[in-house]
Every structure is written in C-alpha cells, then in structure tokens.
Design a protein around this ligand. Sequence first.
Ligand code: NAD
Length: 307
Amino acid sequence: MKILVATEKPFAAAAVNGIRKIVEEAGHELALLEKYTDKAQLLEAVADADALIVRSDKVTAEVIAAAPNLKIVVRAGAGFDNLDLAACSERRIVAMNTPGQNSNAVAELAIAMMIFMSRNQFTPGTGCEIQGRKLGIQAYGNVGRLVAAKAKALGMEVMAYDPFVPAEKMQEEGVVPAESLEQMYGQCNFISLHIPAVPATIGSINYDLISRMPKGGCLVNTARKEVINEAELVKVLTDRPDLKYITDIAAVCQEELNQKFCKQVFATPKKMGAETAEANINAGLAAARQICGYFETGCTKFQLNKW
Ligand code: NAD
C-alpha cells in the first residue's frame, strides 16, 4: 500500500524517519509531500495514495474526490476539525486521530499560561501565585486530566465539568465534579478549556459564563477559537476589566482584543500547544502504527466516522 504523509508544516526529521521505518517494516511504501504551498500539489499527490497522514492540513471533499484508492486518513493529533468526516464516510474511508499523543505538551502549555497571566505577562509589578487558587477544567479528556494532575501538584484546587465522564472517575483522581458549567465558572479563578469544537460547543463560551468568574478570573484556551463567542468576549472584557483571556489559538478579532485589552489578553503568535519535539514524534509514529494496524488486522480503534 502507498502511504502518503502530506504536511504543509512538516514533521521533525526524527518523526519522518520513524514513520518510514514503521511503514517499510510492515511492507508498505512511504510517499512524502512536505511544505506544499498549493492545494493542487496535494490533489496530485493523493491520486495514488491508499492511506494519508496529515497534521493540520485540510482533508476536504475535494481532496477525497481526488484520491480514488484512499482507504484511511489519519490526523496526527487530537483535534480533527480539519477532516471532512462526512466526505470520508460517503466513500467508506476510515478517518482517525491519534488521541493522547500530544496531550502532555498541551497540558504543560495550559499551566504555563496560567502562571504567565498571574505574573502580569512577565512585565514589572506584583503578581499572584496559582497555589491555593481554584481551577475549573472544562472537558476531562486526555488534556484536561493531565492539566488537573499538574495543577493539583502545584497546590491548586481542581474541579471539572464533562458530561461524558463519570463523576466517580474525577473523584478518584482528586478532582471535584462540577454540577454545572455555571457553578464551575462562578467558583473558579481559572477556567481551562479542553472541549472539542463541535456543534454543541461552538460559540458556547459566552458572556453569561465568563461574567460569572470571580474578580481577577482568567480564561485559558488551548482548545479551539471556535468555541468562543468572540463578540461576547469583547463585551465581557469591556465590562469586567479585572478578567483575563489567554489563548493558543488567536481569535478572529485578536487585533481588536490586543488593542483594546492589551493587559487583559494574550495570544501565542502561532498555535504551539502540540509544538514539542516529543509530541511531534509521538503523533506521527502513532498515525503510522494505526494505518499499518488497520491494513494488517482491520483495527479501527480511534476511528472517528461511522457509516
Ligand atoms: P479528548 O478527546 O481526549 O477529550 C475531549 C473531552 O471533551 C472528552 O472527555 C469529552 O467527553 C469532552 N466533551 C465533549 N463534548 C463536551 C461538552 N459539550 N462539554 C464538556 N466536555 C465535553 O481530547 P483532548 O486530547 O483532551 O483535546 C481536547 C481539545 O484540545 C481538542 O479537541 C483540540 O481541539 C484541542 N487541542 C489543541 C492543541 C493545541 O495545539 N493547542 C493540541 C491538541 C488538542
């Protein structure tokens, strides 16, 4: 089988070498399309691919249509909003992500963001400590759980909201299950977002929720910009100059935010949550293993789409 790695932003060399080893040892062929600048290059490269590994590259219906042999697509990473799942399902192409492989990198960034904002974005002046503060984790998945464990080790009190995770599991891990989002926002000095961008969550972080935060509260977003209602974020930061917002995914209106609220907001210049050598390598290798496993045994663990 021909396995194509198509990455506008390439994997580290160590990851590519590892992917090649896994693919070739399983008897498949590896093709590489790195740093492509035009969609046409991707459409041409997928023409004879049986499997596709991407990072944040968009796998649209057009890409699927250009790949008549395609059987499986794997997004090396957790978020999969760059895959057109419906288009994959229509052709019975298995779509997967590689959950958990970059979680630690993102969790470390979320903790760093809390400290950075507590210390006035590393500008002179008196800051505050995060020890003893209350953290609310919105979504207790791979990243959320790691943020909780690290925050507890730093002396924070941690609560979490996730309608799909049993309260007992949180309690076993020393985390207080929130009864509602409203309760969690109302009590926590920090809220760390780890929800996926799905119809139920898009635009859901709004004025009503954020304005419930106690004085000096800080919202930390290492999830997706789409979950924020940006117009309401602007309004709440205007009405509550004590509140702060830090994000790894710049808002559409980031320039406006930076101009109006420079002390209250910060966005990383480029998404960097998963940008560690370790995460980069882990996700690439996992994608290659999942594809080889699918071809060898039909294993569909981590399949995202159904038909
Ligand atoms: P995950 O799939 O392990 O966990 C997601 C959690 O969200 C699950 O526990 C699920 O039950 C919960 N959930 C779903 N809908 C919810 C809702 N409406 N309310 C509350 N909880 C809900 O994903 P993860 O690996 O923890 O990653 C979380 C998100 O972080 C990803 O979706 C991705 O968008 C983002 N991410 C960002 C970066 C980055 O570079 N900044 C890197 C990786 C992931």
